[in-house]
Every structure is written in C-alpha cells, then in structure tokens.
Design a protein around this ligand. Structure first.
Ligand code: ADE
Length: 248
C-alpha cells in the first residue's frame, strides 16, 4: 500500500518513518511513503501557497490551486483515497484505520495556518480526518499518527497477525494487562493464573480484565457496541460482586 503526504514542511516528516515497524515494512516493500513539498506545485516567482482570507481576519489560508494540482498529479487511481488532516475532520479511530488499510493509496494533505480554502474540503477530498479534539500547529504529526495506525492493519506489516487482533480497540475493548519477569517486584506480584499453563483459564482471565478495564476507563466503548452474551455475563458478575482484589 502507498501513502502520499502533501506538506509545506517535508523535512519534518523525513525522519519519522526511519525506525521501527514502518521502516521494516518500507524495506520489505509492503508500504511506500512519499512526501511531497506543496511548494513544488505552486506557481510564480515566490511559489506562494497561501494568501489572506477574503472577508478579512487574522492569518493566512492555503490557496486551492497548488493543492488541487498536487492531488491531481499524485492520485493514482479512482480507488485512491484523499484526506485533509484538520481539527474539523471526523475522528480517526481503529475502525477507520482498518478501512484505510484496504485502499491501494491514501493521500494525506497537511493543513497549516488558519485553514485551507473551503473548495479543497468540498470538491477535492474524500473527507477530513482529525486525530483528536485539540488544534495542532499543522497536520504533519497527524499524518504520522494516521500512517502508523493504518500500517499496522496492512497484511504482513506487524510480524504476528494475532498481535493486531489482540490490540486495544480491535475488539472494541481496551487491552488486558501485560506482565513480564520478575514474578514479584517490590512486593507487587504477577497474578498466579499467568503461570498456570492453563491457556483457557488465561484467555478467560484476560477477557475479564479487558472488560473490567474498559468498564472503568472507557465505558463509552461498551455502550457503542453489541456485546456478546459471554461479555454481558462477565460484566454482570462485576456489578454483583464488585471488583475482584487480584493484583493488577
Ligand atoms: N491539524 C490541526 N489539528 C489537527 C487535528 N487535531 N487532527 C488532524 N489534523 C490537525
């Protein structure tokens, strides 16, 4: 799968894909990331990409022409998806990351300054994406976040397919707790079940802990989904008994 990023700060993104899982995927040609300088698509002696807002007001607005021309030259097929990164966009989440991972190409436009000419949002892109309810100085960190999260759903990118399936949010729940050696650290003990060797019991414990954590920290996630009968039963047992007192 191929990502293209359109930015006025290509140097900001130059190093972020040079490590970890994404770097390996680039080396194995499972992913391609192309960073494009918006100024290369601007005209005139000054290669101006922004201008003052019509109607007055503070700051500068990205002009439509360089962005339209950049997308028209970068987009490879009708199946390519094009998104503007902006705090006004739909909230990027795990479900959206999985859907984007099915596209052959995703083009991300990083906004800056006070905004981007509305004709880009209305007539060029497939949508706007926001990574959260806060305003970044530009879309570049958001592009990194989106590419990192989408890449994990591209087959083969994460070594063990199962580890993506176990992730927080994949099943609509937060992740269960993880432990490693030592078994006891400053009096804090690892739950005994994890060295029982009984895989069914361990699976049941992890599911219970994931549900418990989700209920405590993100009850909205439980409200948003259709719970399985098994999960409903486990959740019911929490309200009856209260929280268990195993170490966590
Ligand atoms: N650009 C500025 N703020 C942003 C946000 N929250 N998400 C995506 N792009 C942005």
């Amino acid at each position: 799968m191929r990502f293209d990023i359109i930015t006025i700060f290509p140097e900001l993104l130059a190093s972020v894909f040079s490590g970890g899982v994404v770097k390996k995927a680039l080396e194995k040609k499972q992913l391609e990331v192309w960073v494009h300088d918006l100024r290369d698509f601007a005209h005139g002696r000054h290669r101006q990409v922004d201008d003052r807002p019509f109607g007055g007001g503070e700051g500068m607005v990205f002009k439509p022409e360089p962005i339209f021309e950049a997308v028209e030259s970068i987009r490879q097929s009708s199946q390519s998806l094009v998104y503007l990164l902006s705090p006004q966009g739909v909230r990027f989440d795990s479900g959206l990351a999985q859907r984007l991972a099915c596209a052959p190409q995703v083009v991300l436009i990083c906004g800056r300054y006070e905004g981007v000419d509305e004709r880009v949002s209305r007539n060029l892109v497939d949508g706007e994406l926001s990574i959260g309810d806060y305003v970044l100085t530009g879309g570049e960190p958001a592009a990194w976040v989106v590419i990192d999260a989408v890449a994990r759903f591209v087959p083969g990118v994460v070594g063990k397919e199962g580890s993506v399936r176990q992730d927080s949010f994949y099943s609509g729940l937060l992740d269960h707790p993880h432990y490693t050696r030592p078994r006891s650290f400053r009096g804090m003990k690892v739950p005994k079940v994890l060295f029982s060797g009984d895989h069914a019991k361990i699976r049941a414990w992890r599911r219970k802990k994931a549900l418990e954590k989700t209920l405590a920290l993100r009850p909205d996630l439980l409200e948003r989904q259709k719970l399985t009968a098994e999960n409903k039963k486990i959740l019911g047992s929490f309200t009856k008994k209260g929280k268990d007192n195993e170490p966590h």
